[in-house]
Design a protein around this ligand. Structure first.
Ligand SMILES: [Mn+2]
Length: 342
């Protein structure tokens, strides 16, 4: 944890201000939960708060309070621009480089406002006036809980804020399967005590699929999965044709990559999708093997040790070839049992 002047930030927030809170492109449960949770908290102090995402959110988060008022840059650039120009304070949650919010990154960097970055990803850019960065935190939602607590306002965390923060805690830990620490369980205990219905939230998040989601999963596992035993690696790819055939929309392929890691012999999972203009990659790993390194070195991306993403401008076939060409470089590490304690 780096030093972060909570007293100074508290002072800045002590009088009502125009505040924008940014979540990253393709916001996930942690991005949505942390931005909305912080918004509900700041609203209690009479601030004018706007939450902004570059692109739309997945439908299974639609129940979250405040989501209807989020400004989606892709849908209304002018509205986003107006909110950004008015901002006196800008929060950047769950990402650490301005390119994660596309054009809004340039827009906000030209505005003279206090910039506060709270995040748990590796390798932050130092663009903000205040950076609170802890890559050992499970989630940005965990950090927002602690942020509010550090400001002396733990008692202001109500059920609405709690539902938002619980959402990020459970999604970023894969339902408490990884990235956990003692505080995760303490915070969830506290949230349950103030009335957060953990069972209901899980139902809304994870038992909310449409038929096509299982069909897409079926297609992925039956026809688009490749296993490379010598590299302990699994790969799933979806082509443009698959996207058309199954009417795949943003968010519909969420979580498919994790099925590869459920295989006992697979240590690295790669999920490749052919988007309209780019090829997108999601990488996952077990143990101490870093997919972050691969994402950064070869695929214009980054993220966490065990979960990273990237993209390519080349075609699908070329991207798959590139992946296969890279695997030998990591053969030794992927077969090194000491990196994968059991
Ligand atoms: Mn996160």
């Amino acid at each position: 944890m780096n030093s972060f002047d909570f007293a100074e930030v508290k002072k800045i927030l002590s009088t009502p201000k125009d505040i924008v809170i940014f979540g990253h492109r393709n916001p996930d449960g942690d991005a949505i939960g942390s931005t909305l949770g912080l918004m509900h908290y700041l609203n209690k102090y009479g601030h004018q708060v706007k939450v902004l995402y570059p692109s739309d959110y997945p439908a299974n988060f639609g129940w979250m309070k405040g989501l209807d008022d989020v400004i989606i840059f892709d849908h209304d650039e002018a509205l986003a621009a107006r909110a950004i120009q008015k901002a006196e304070v800008a929060f950047f949650l769950d990402f650490n480089t301005l390119d994660r919010i596309d054009k809004m990154g340039e827009m906000v960097s030209e505005v003279d406002c206090v910039k506060i970055n709270i995040d748990h990803h590796l390798d932050p850019d130092y663009f903000a006036d205040y950076l609170w960065w802890n890559h050992e935190a499970s989630s940005t939602c965990e950090m927002v809980y602690k942020f509010i607590t550090e400001l002396g306002d733990e008692d202001k965390i109500d059920k609405t804020i709690g539902e938002c923060l619980f959402t990020g805690l459970i999604t970023d830990t894969g339902s408490f399967k990884f990235s956990t620490n003692p505080d995760v369980y303490r915070i969830c205990g506290n949230l349950k005590e103030i009335g957060v219905d953990d069972r209901l939230i899980q139902q809304r998040l994870f038992q909310n699929l449409d038929e096509k989601h299982l069909r897409i999963l079926g297609q992925s596992l039956a026809h688009r999965m490749q296993i490379f035993p010598e590299y302990r690696t699994g790969l799933i790819y979806l082509s443009r044709k698959d996207f058309d055939l199954y009417n795949i929309q943003r968010g519909d392929t969420e979580g498919i990559v994790n099925y590869l890691l459920s295989l006992k012999d697979v240590r690295m999972a790669i999920f490749v999708t052919q988007q309209p203009n780019i090829i997108k990659l999601s990488l996952r790993s077990k143990g101490a093997f870093s997919v972050q390194e691969i994402a950064t070195k070869y695929f214009n991306g980054g993220g966490h040790l065990n979960a990273s993403g990237g993209y390519q401008h080349a075609g699908l076939g070329k991207t798959l070839d590139k992946i296969k060409a890279i695997l030998p470089e990591y053969k030794e590490q992927l077969n090194d049992d000491s990196l994968f304690p059991e």
